[in-house]
Design a protein around this ligand. Structure first.
Ligand code: ADP
Ligand code: F6P
Length: 462
């Protein structure tokens, strides 16, 4: 069995509960794959250093080795806070109004990708599979090729891929996408993002897509394919039945009394549609005064990417909005929105999900969305809650039994809340059973096995 080298912006060590837990299920899955393949996980330590030295901090846990580098302040500004999160993230989430096109960001992005390539290079042995993750590292494969790496290299993109008409607003977009054609395999979360990518390849690069979805370019054949990511189902269900989860469940239920509870759990990110969600809930309260005091929305939103101005803005906007809605509707014994800016251990989170009658997941655009899957996995099958899910989350393609909504329409979401609150037990059980089946079967182990097997089956080209 080939060894696996995973490369991602950040590295998550086994059993870490990470403050925001943003890599929770993914970290568990990748660590499991790495253990099986006696692999190495390489990336940025998250730490800053005065001057980049390329020093590798190697640590060994079980059969997994992590190797990390520190980056200079200018690298972090231009690569992580710059090109990755001020340019590509908003652009890939269809927000060209928030996208910043600053040349220094592009230069920093290339420089750091090159630093990643130089640093990981000595770790790569001839038969290793190299698996690169996400929008931070799109050109890494081509930089490794330029340094003589002939191994199979795959890329998985966790975000959406934007329509060609938006992508062309990016200076040097051809160069960026062409660099991706040096991978052997490119994975997307859904067919929608895959089609967008292939459309760009045909229309903007003038290349032909082979009947099997692969592309021939400069003597190489790159396969593009959809691999929908899932959660670590068994781990999550086990967590949901733990003492910590039960305690969290009981605490939250006791605090809500007889009220119905909606739960939202998202990084504090403009792509998650939190402002629209608060507005929709406000609309529900206004349109249904007879039910208003019997419901409460718990929104858990740990801060994310705090040095980026658009994230500071969304935080400010949400505080104002929550304050406004609470000011308009609250009374002495009831506040409609509980807005919490912190992370929780995964078991507790599972208990919170189980305590909520409705899971509300309404991103404006999302590569997949694991919270929707976690909510379903955490429910009591004999009395499950209802999932309200944005039609613009990648997860919607697999979760047709949720109440699918347009997150931009406050009326649509408000009506879905009303429908979910009134939904008979038999319908809740029927929908939950179908959702649970897909969440159980299309889990994270299957995702990584499918990706690794597809990468392994690519022919090695010297
Ligand atoms: P994204 O990758 O854009 O953050 P996902 O929904 O795919 O969105 O994944 C988010 C992950 O972060 C989920 O596993 C979720 O449980 C976790 N998470 C989000 N908010 C919190 C929180 N407050 N505490 C702990 N984990 C959180
Ligand atoms: O899913 C998108 C993603 O950027 C992941 O790559 C990352 O682990 C997560 O969101 C959290 O983002 P950050 O590392 O910027 O805090």
């Amino acid at each position: 069995m080939s060894r696996l080298i995973v490369v991602s912006n950040r590295v998550s060590v086994p059993n870490s509960q990470g403050a925001a837990g943003a890599q929770g299920g993914l970290a568990v899955a990748l660590n499991a794959a790495l253990r099986e393949h006696r692999g190495i996980w390489f990336g940025w330590s998250g730490q800053e250093t005065e001057e980049f030295t390329g020093h590798l901090d190697m640590q060994r846990n079980d059969d997994v080795t992590t190797a990390t580098i520190d980056l200079e302040p200018q690298d972090i500004d231009e690569y992580y806070n710059g090109y990755a999160n001020r340019t590509l993230w908003p652009l890939f989430h269809y927000r060209i109004d928030l996208t910043e096109y600053d040349r220094s960001f592009g230069e920093g992005y290339q420089r750091v990708n090159n630093r990643f390539a130089d640093s990981v290079l000595p770790l790569i042995e001839p038969d290793d599979l190299v698996w690169v993750h996400d929008y931070h590292l799109l050109p890494l494969g081509s930089l490794l090729r330029a340094k003589g790496v002939t191994n199979r290299i795959g890329l998985f993109l966790h975000t959406p891929w934007p329509p060609a008409r938006l992508l062309v607003s990016l200076p040097n977009h051809e160069q960026l996408v062409t660099s991706m054609l040096q991978y052997d395999l490119i994975g997307f979360q859904t067919h929608e993002w895959l089609e967008s990518f292939l459309h760009y390849i045909e229309k903007e690069l003038g290349l032909t897509i082979n009947p099997d979805g692969s592309i021939d370019y400069e003597g190489r054949n790159v396969q593009a394919q959809a691999f929908p990511i899932g959660i670590d189902f068994d781990e999550f269900v086990e967590g949901a039945q733990s003492a910590a989860a039960r305690e969290a469940h009981d605490r939250l239920r006791a605090s809500a009394g007889d009220r119905k509870m909606l739960i939202g759990v998202d990084r504090l990110d403009y792509s998650k549609g939190l402002g629209e969600r608060f507005d929709s809930f406000g609309r529900f309260l206004t349109d249904n005064p007879e039910m208003a005091k019997d419901v409460v929305l718990l929104q858990i939103a740990p801060p994310s990417r705090e040095l980026v101005a658009s994230y500071q803005q969304i935080r400010h906007d949400l505080e104002r909005k929550a304050g406004h809605i609470n000011g308009a509707h609250a009374d002495v014994a009831w506040v409609p929105i509980r807005y919490v800016n912190r992370g929780y251990p995964r078991d507790e989170l599972a208990g919170f999900y189980r305590a909520a009658d409705i899971g509300i997941v309404t991103p404006l655009r999302d590569g997949m969305n694991l919270v929707a899957k976690e909510y379903v996995a955490a429910q009591d099958p004999d009395n499950p809650g209802v999932l309200i899910l944005s039609q613009f989350a990648g997860a919607a393609l697999q979760m047709a039994d949720a109440l699918l909504v347009n997150p931009h329409s406050a009326e649509d979401v408000s009506e879905a809340i009303k429908r979910a609150l009134a939904m008979p037990l038999a319908e809740r059980k029927r929908r939950h059973k179908a959702l649970l089946k897909s969440v159980r079967e299309e889990n994270v182990a299957r995702w990584r096995e499918d990706f690794v097997n597809a990468l392994y089956s690519k022919e090695k080209v010297a």
